[in-house]
Design a protein around this ligand. Structure first.
Ligand code: ADP
Ligand code: MG
Length: 286
């Protein structure tokens, strides 16, 4: 039988907009010593906007960079794609027709325009303009490279904003003795900038979507009790593997299978509150 205190604790959570799946989730939540946050959409608003469009060659028009990038991104659902499309639309740029579209998860997108292979992808160590790219990343910007037939034509820089409550949410976790880590596919420099603003202890960056769960496992192997908080859309395997998955409900996606805890409203501040509730409940029982 489930002790009354646990039923009361789960009921109280529901009142606060914190859905706790079962007694086991509540008990594990009370022992968590590390919270891993997904960056995009969890620590940041997840609605970036274009800040810079820079051709690598003076003869190339920035509008051409934006036009080609937006044409390819038109088929992607990534937040960066939405931002690039919005920038092109704002400038009244018409889009090209694209064939052979392909999305490479955590890397970028590609397709064919007028018989030419075009791709929009994350920078790699082989890119010339490394210093220009790094300078933008140090400002917290995400940089993507537009390539035509394998030749880099220019870059688009985008900036996402940290949620206003992020620093408070982190501070509340620190007050409970919980370590806070940010996990992201984004570049290390840009991620560090965001983490610094939020007071986050550690950044694990440049992680492919399919590798996020592996990073969580490594923390567990170091003896940590890990809660992973994300939107559950592209980080479901990491949420499922964590000792407790905390799904931040967005819009209509409220029933998240892989999560032991679902935060319905109130956002990331509720992560510390849920741990407080779990610890208080277990204290009554023990
Ligand atoms: P995050 O952890 O921030 O959600 P993702 O794993 O979705 O990051 O993406 C990692 C990186 O891959 C992005 O920062 C970007 O450089 C690149 N990328 C992914 N999807 C796209 C896209 N549609 N267009 C351009 N770049 C992309
Ligand atoms: Mg993502």
């Amino acid at each position: 039988a489930t002790p009354t205190a646990i039923i009361v604790g789960i009921g109280k959570g529901a009142e606060y907009g914190i859905l706790i799946r079962n007694a086991q989730s509540l008990e594990t939540l009370s022992t968590v010593d590390t919270v891993v946050f997904d960056k995009t959409g969890t620590i940041t608003t997840g609605t970036p906007s274009v800040t810079d469009v820079l051709p690598f060659d003076d003869t190339v028009d920035p509008e051409k960079i934006l036009q080609l990038a937006a044409s390819i991104e038109n088929r992607s659902e990534h937040p960066l794609a939405q931002a690039i499309l919005a920038a092109a639309k704002e400038k009244g740029i018409d889009l090209h027709e694209v064939t052979g579209f392909e999305a490479l998860e955590g890397i970028g997108v590609k397709g064919t325009i007028d018989g030419k292979n075009i791709s929009v992808r994350k920078p790699d160590s082989g890119d010339s303009s490394r210093s220009r790219i790094a300078e933008l990343q140090q400002q917290g910007k995400t940089v993507v490279i537009l390539e035509e037939e394998g030749a880099p034509l220019g870059l688009v820089a985008l900036s996402d904003t940290i949620k206003t409550e992020a620093a408070d949410a982190v501070k509340a976790l620190h007050a409970k003795g919980v370590k806070v880590i940010m996990l992201t596919g984004d570049n290390k420099l840009a991620a560090n900038f965001m983490a610094r603003q939020a007071g986050i202890d550690k950044v694990i960056a440049e992680v492919l979507p399919q590798e996020k769960a592996d990073r969580v496992r490594e923390l567990q192997q170091q003896g940590r009790k890990v809660a992973m908080a994300g939107d559950g859309i592209n980080d479901a395997p990491a949420l499922a593997l964590a000792d407790v998955g905390i799904a931040m409900a967005t819009g209509t996606d409220i029933a998240i299978e892989s999560a032991g805890v679902t935060i319905l409203q109130g956002g990331i501040r509720k992560v510390a509150q849920s741990i407080t509730l779990a610890r208080a409940t277990m204290r009554v029982i023990r």
